[in-house]
Design a protein. Structure first.
Length: 293
């Protein structure tokens, strides 16, 4: 009998609907030791994605791109599956690799990270990801200044950095052209975050090119690339310059398209955010609200 976790011929929507990562091994202790904001299911999904999906769909290799990895929690879980499958290629970890005192107290020290001075955490990330040092390459700095060659295939694109309309547009322009039709997975980690309504809007504008596969609580939606959006499609999907009414209409269109996959009320929270803070296009500029759930 074919293993549904590894069947390369399985229909992607059917395969992802089975959520086979729930039955796969948890990431190893070294990966779990890296602090993260991911849920347990997201961590299992990332390991499964690199160990099983990419191993079958990209036997020749393909890069894994992790945009906005904080100290490396998502990177570690991706790397665990990558190593278990003996994958070729690299995992590209992008971040400023800096941390505030508040986030140290909230995210690092309670997880057993020794106290340290200053904002720089690149050396900490390197130490935590040392078990996979031959698989991970670090890209430090402003993502808006980064470029990706379209002829360098991206097998999996994990996005946790689209915290503004400008960044969402830049990520699409730089990384989407390197996706591979029928194989590459895009994870919009903050898709249903109340302060990032431009993400459903962007994916709605590109709906002809991406198939939604699965919603992972708290806010993540994963897509299969069906076709690579060309320059004209990417230009037509630009978010910058669209007014609140246009974004609200796109969020609600995305809610209709994803009915049955994602909780409808989460889209309405995004609409409420736009109504409460007109013209806001940066996530942290929205008023504070209770945590999504």
């Amino acid at each position: 009998m074919t293993d549904p976790m590894t069947d390369p011929a399985a229909d992607p929507a059917t395969l992802f609907a089975r959520r086979p990562w729930r039955d796969s091994p948890a990431p190893p202790a070294a990966a779990l030791a890296v602090p993260t904001m991911l849920t347990d299911e997201e961590g299992r999904f990332y390991r499964w994605l690199t160990e099983h999906w990419l191993a079958r769909r990209f036997p020749e290799g393909g890069e894994v791109v992790d945009l906005g990895c904080f100290v490396g929690g998502s990177t570690a879980r991706l790397a665990a599956g990558h190593a278990a499958a003996g994958r070729p290629g690299l995992i590209h970890a992008y971040d400023f690799f800096t941390v505030s005192e508040g986030l140290k107290r909230q995210m690092l020290y309670p997880r057993g990270i020794a106290r340290f001075k200053g904002e720089d955490m690149l050396s900490l990330s390197r130490r935590l990801l040392a078990p996979w040092e031959d698989r991970v390459t670090f890209h430090r700095g402003d993502l808006m200044r980064r470029r990706w060659p379209a002829d360098e295939p991206v097998a999996a694109l994990v996005i946790d950095a689209a915290k503004s309309v400008a960044l969402a547009d830049h990520i699409a322009a730089q990384f989407f052209p390197a996706l591979q039709p029928g194989r590459s997975i895009v994870v919009q980690q903050d898709f249903l975050h109340r302060a990032q309504p431009w993400l459903p809007a962007q994916m709605e504008l590109l709906a002809d090119h991406f198939q939604p596969l699965v919603f992972l609580p708290d806010a993540s939606v994963s897509y299969l690339c069906l076709s690579v959006p060309g320059p004209a499609a990417l230009a037509a999907a630009r978010l910058e310059g669209r007014d609140d009414a246009a974004l609200i209409a796109l969020v609600r269109a995305a809610a209709r398209r994803l009915d049955g996959l994602c909780p409808a009320e989460r889209f309405e929270r995004q609409v409420e955010s736009l109504v409460s803070a007109p013209g806001t296009r940066v996530a942290w500029q929205f008023p504070q609200a209770p945590r999504d759930g």
